[in-house]
Structure formats: structure tokens, C-alpha cells
Design a protein around this ligand. Structure first.
Ligand code: FES
Length: 108
């Protein structure tokens, strides 16, 4: 199980937008929506666009290249929920934003 990594300050993240940050050797898209925080794999499984660059609305991010839509809560692709990108946990500690890979049910 990986530890939480600090990825920036709260003020580094704009409300309603994504930001790509490195976590444990890969890029992760962190989204801030009001007081809620979410993080999914930044790499779109279609052709590799950065999902952090996508448009966010109603807890969905639209890939900037070909408009595939993914849920930022659980990483599921809207057109086929059996396809999903990895999810990450976000923790706020003071002003710091921390992220780690989500523990699957089998590991808990
Ligand atoms: S690269 Fe994301 S939809 Fe094509």
C-alpha cells in the first residue's frame, strides 16, 4: 500500500477544474469541486490525453481530445462503466493536499 504524497497547497487548485500532479511515478488528475476533492488517473485510456485538462461538470470530466466522459468519483467511463481509470484518495492536511492510490476492497 502506498503512502499519501503531498501534491500541493489547497490554493494551487482552482475550484471546478483539474490539475495533473505526479504521484508515485505516474500522473494523477486532481479535481476540486467546492469542498470536495477527487483524483483519478490522468491518462485517458482512449489515446492518452490529460484528463486534468478536461471540462468538469456534475462530477464528470470530459476528455479534451474526443469527449469521452469519466466519473471523477469512481473513474468509470460513462459509455461503458466496465471500463474505468484508477482512482486515488485525496486528503487535506492543513493547507496541504495529499494523494495516494485507492485501496481496493480486496486489500482492505
Ligand atoms: S484521448 Fe480521451 S477521448 Fe480520445
Amino acid at each position: 500500500m502506498s503512502d499519501f504524497e503531498t501534491v500541493g497547497k489547497i490554493t494551487d487548485f482552482e475550484d471546478g477544474q483539474g490539475r495533473a500532479v505526479p504521484v508515485d511515478g505516474r500522473m494523477v488528475a486532481v479535481f476540486r469541486t467546492g469542498e470536495e476533492w477527487f483524483a483519478i488517473d490522468d491518462l485517458c485510456p482512449h489515446m492518452g490525453a490529460s484528463l486534468a485538462e478536461g471540462y468538469v461538470e456534475d462530477k464528470m470530466v470530459t476528455c479534451p481530445w474526443h469527449a469521452w466522459r469519466f466519473c471523477i468519483r469512481d473513474g468509470k467511463w460513462e459509455d461503458n462503466p466496465r471500463t474505468r481509470v484508477d482512482c486515488f484518495e485525496v486528503k487535506i492536511d492543513g493547507d496541504d493536499v495529499l494523494v495516494r492510490e485507492k485501496i481496493s476492497a480486496a486489500e482492505e
